[in-house]
Design a protein around this ligand. Structure first.
Ligand code: SF4
Length: 501
């Protein structure tokens, strides 16, 4: 097993002192995610993909699987591949398309692979913490990729044998504990360890010959199994299966461990299922073309928009979305209200690909970097603007101001989620409670703060009903403060292991 090393030096010193650059440092991706760099949107918690398919180009399947899951994590990307006798891992900071090219993928040969795109929720965004992790076991290697966030990381870390890992992530702790149990095969070690692991985890991991997938008993983060012509794939979202040509088979059940090899797929339950799927996946995180628990995400978002129109009607001339996240709910709002739907803001789809930090002059333009109003559509109109969430309020304040400057007569803001007032400990990095505008202001105060003529959030009941799932099967903690897995706030946090060190 051979982990790829990070680039060591910046370049070669030439005669005369010039430096020929060897490696271009990649940025942190912040511009890629938020409309306004000063108003960080909720950050997704990673995407995972695994494939077992002899005869297929598994590294390319994994590449395209990760490409489809890029929205779940943009800080780093990695793929581990095995040819049956050796695991090779390649990972680096940056987007999937920046980390991998034809030549790198050409070296990653084998018949099984796991891949990961990361947004950091425990541990810093540094190369050492990129995934998949690679550990030594009694029989060889173990590569592991994780979507979610553990809440008993500090307690688990105390059990890791000294010197076995220097990384600062919950995932590395998990991998180290799995690899350290040399008394039994990995499948049995996982079945013993996972019931002691608390929090959110959708895992794909592999040794030289076998692919494994596991999901926490609450099934907080999604994970699905698909069938390829010559094998199997597991992925965070059904959209990733579609994109690699895998047929959706079923969800990996909460509390289930799958083992996939030449004998097929074997299921083993390591804990009773207590489903509490993340409600925020429907609002914001998952792709619109993904299906969760049998319900399409796009259909859910459109239904939320209809409900929003019923709960918060207003006299207006045009419904516009904040592109693209507000689009499905804006369509639903327009359908239900009978107010025409239109595009009033144009988003630069390519700005997310830049890793150049803006200059001070550009930074002052704020969201103009990403959104520009269509004046001829907006001028003289009473607008309904539909968005998916308000975090600090800076983005909506800037949008309202921009629309008024473009000639809007009235601006009514509608939000397709209830106010987010509580932090997430299960893998989504919101602003802290103090930074969340709904943590300290009521709806009227928020309306006043963003300068809208009116403001309406969909009700929690309305959002829940749109998923078609009963409330008991969902985590809704960031809206209610009721956490389905009890959290000791003093023992969690992004830098819990770094602080300890
Ligand atoms: S707290 Fe919110 S974002 Fe976190 S898992 Fe629960 S519903 Fe999802």
């Amino acid at each position: 097993m051979t982990p790829a090393a990070p680039p060591a030096d910046p370049g070669t010193r030439l005669a005369g002192g010039q430096l020929r650059l060897k490696h271009v440092l990649k940025g942190d991706g912040r511009l890629g995610h938020d409309l306004d760099p000063r108003d960080r949107a909720p950050q997704d918690a990673c995407g995972v993909f695994g494939v077992w398919a002899p005869g297929e180009d598994v590294s390319k399947l994994t590449y395209y699987g990760l490409y489809a899951l890029q929205h779940r994590g943009q800080e780093s990307a990695g793929i581990a591949v095995s040819d049956g006798s050796r695991i090779l891992v390649y990972k680096d900071m940056g987007l999937v398309a920046q980390v991998f090219d034809e030549s790198v993928l050409g070296t990653l040969r084998g018949h099984l692979a796991v891949g990961h795109c990361r947004y950091s929720t425990t541990g810093s965004s540094v190369w050492e913490n990129a995934q998949p992790t690679l550990s030594s076991t009694e029989d060889g290697g173990l590569a592991l990729a994780h979507n979610g966030n553990l809440i008993n990381t500090a307690a688990l870390a105390e059990r890791v044998p000294a010197g076995s890992t220097r990384a600062t992530t919950d995932t590395e702790v998990l991998a180290a504990l799995l690899a350290a149990d040399r008394s039994k095969p990995i499948e049995d070690a996982a079945a013993d360890l996972l019931p002691q692991v608390k929090g959110a985890y959708s895992l794909v991991f592999m040794d030289e010959k076998t692919l494994y997938a596991a999901r926490d008993p609450q099934g907080i983060r999604p994970m699905v199994l698909g069938r390829l012509e010559r094998g199997w794939a597991v992925a965070s979202e059904t959209a990733a299966l579609d994109i690699v040509g895998a047929v959706f088979v079923r969800e990996v059940e909460p509390g289930e461990l799958l083992t996939i090899d030449e004998r097929g797929v074997r299921s083993r339950r390591f804990a009773l299922a207590e489903p509490k799927g993340c409600l925020f996946e429907y609002v914001y995180l998952a792709r619109p073309d993904t299906t969760i628990a049998g319900r399409g995400v796009q259909a859910t978002r459109v239904q939320v928009g209809r409900r929003l129109a019923q709960e918060h009607p207003v006299e207006a001339d045009l419904v516009i979305p904040t592109p693209e996240s507000g689009t499905p709910a804006a369509i639903g709002y327009a359908e239900e209200s009978g107010i025409p739907y239109g595009q009033g803001l144009v988003k630069n789809s390519y700005v997310g690909r830049t890793f150049i930090q803006p200059s001070q002059t550009i930074r002052q333009l704020g969201i103009r970097l990403k959104l520009n109003p269509l004046r001829e559509i907006i001028a003289g109109k009473r607008l309904v603007v539909v968005d998916d969430t308000i975090v600090r309020g800076n983005t909506q304040r800037a949008i309202v101001k921009m629309l008024r400057e473009a000639g809007a007569v009235e601006v009514h803001v509608r939000i397709s989620a209830p106010p987010v007032a509580w932090p997430c400990f299960y893998g989504i990095d919101f602003a802290t409670k103090a930074e969340l505008i709904a943590g300290s202001l009521d709806v009227e105060q928020i309306r006043d703060s963003i300068g809208a003529d009116s403001l309406g959030y969909v009700s929690l009941a309305g959002l829940t009903e749109a998923t078609t799932l009963p409330a008991e099967r969902l985590c809704r903690a960031c809206f209610t403060g009721e956490y389905p897995i009890p959290v000791d706030e003093l023992r969690v946090g992004k830098f819990v292991l770094e602080a300890k060190a």
